[in-house]
Ligand binder design. Structure first.
Ligand SMILES: [Fe+2]
Length: 296
């Protein structure tokens, strides 16, 4: 049943996120397997990573879209990097590979192509999940339309697969807000009994780690809502302060297994959220018997 715009808005403000059915059970494991293969390849081929990332930045500039700095296709390996989350990620942007293939870019290994094919399926699914929420906010604030939609009326989405490695009991992801209009976590590999993605209310002025709550099982349906949609900094930065960004974190992993996640970002036109403001993503947090913040 379609939710009314005000009902969506109310849920976003009260909880900081809206839960949606994931429907990614068949796609997500294939994405994670394909990503493992890419990580093995990229770890052995650093020059490919450099070349891929510089092509990604060049593509973003050629697009002339002036989106957030996070919009470029990129492969990032921050495992073991001091001050960073212990994770590796790959971000894909629709249209990027088609252009590179036309231009004769010869470093498109089959491993990457396999992952991109899976991600294209996932992005269709995620578009379906995010669209009603973005549309609802545009209905409430029509001036958002030209900042959220392209000329052809579509949303600009990026899709990212992330693999978190265990980090000695530290938070898997530091508390932060996203540089997007909306973010959708379409899936994670968390066991149903130990969800680790956690949110704090968006309107709290002081954040403690104990303010963060993991998204729990749906009492009515007795399932974990695997997909959530929540606002990043985009709306507040456009002056629509009624929708502040939602702080979130990933609690320490419960087991020695890697954690995977599939995340999409809905970008804002004409708003560069990179640069000095990036530092605002890390929120002041005071420990109070909650898990330690990663120091390394
Ligand atoms: Fe995030």
């Amino acid at each position: 049943m379609r939710k009314e715009p005000w009902a969506i808005f109310r849920e976003l403000i009260l909880n900081g996120y809206v839960t949606v059915p994931s429907d990614a059970a068949s796609i997500a494991p294939r994405v994670y397997r394909a990503f493992d293969t890419l990580v093995d390849f990229a770890t052995e081929n650093i020059s490919w990573v450099e070349s891929f990332n510089s092509e990604g930045i060049g593509w973003k500039i050629r697009q002339g879209l002036d989106y957030s700095g996070a919009f470029a296709p990129a492969y990032k390996d921050n495992r073991g990097v001091c001050g960073k989350d212990n994770k590796v990620s790959y971000q894909s942007c629709p249209g990027f590979w088609a252009e590179l293939k036309c231009a004769g870019f010869d470093s498109y290994p089959a491993k990457v192509e396999a992952l991109d094919m899976e991600l294209l399926d996932a992005i269709d699914l995620v578009r379906e999940k995010m669209w009603p929420i973005g549309r609802a906010l545009i209905e409430l604030e029509p001036s958002l339309e030209h900042r959220l939609l392209n000329r052809n009326g579509t949303a600009n989405l990026t899709i990212r697969v992330i693999r978190y490695s265990p980090a000695n009991g530290n938070l898997a992801a530091q508390p932060h807000v996203d540089r997007s209009a909306l973010t959708c976590v379409l899936d994670s590999s968390d066991p149903l009994s130990t969800p680790t993605l956690a949110f704090a209310k968006p309107w709290l002025s002081t954040l403690r780690l104990s303010n963060f709550r993991a998204v729990q099982a749906d009492n009515e349906n007795k399932i974990l809502p695997r997909a959530v949609v929540f606002p990043g900094e985009g709306f507040a930065r456009l002056g629509f302060e009624a929708v502040p960004p939602t702080p979130h974190t990933v609690f320490p992993l419960a087991s020695s297994a890697n954690r995977y996640s599939l995340v999409a970002h809905w970008m804002v036109r004409g708003l560069d959220l990179s640069g000095p403001e990036t530092e605002l993503r890390l929120l002041p947090t005071h420990d109070d018997n909650a898990p330690a913040i990663a120091a390394a």
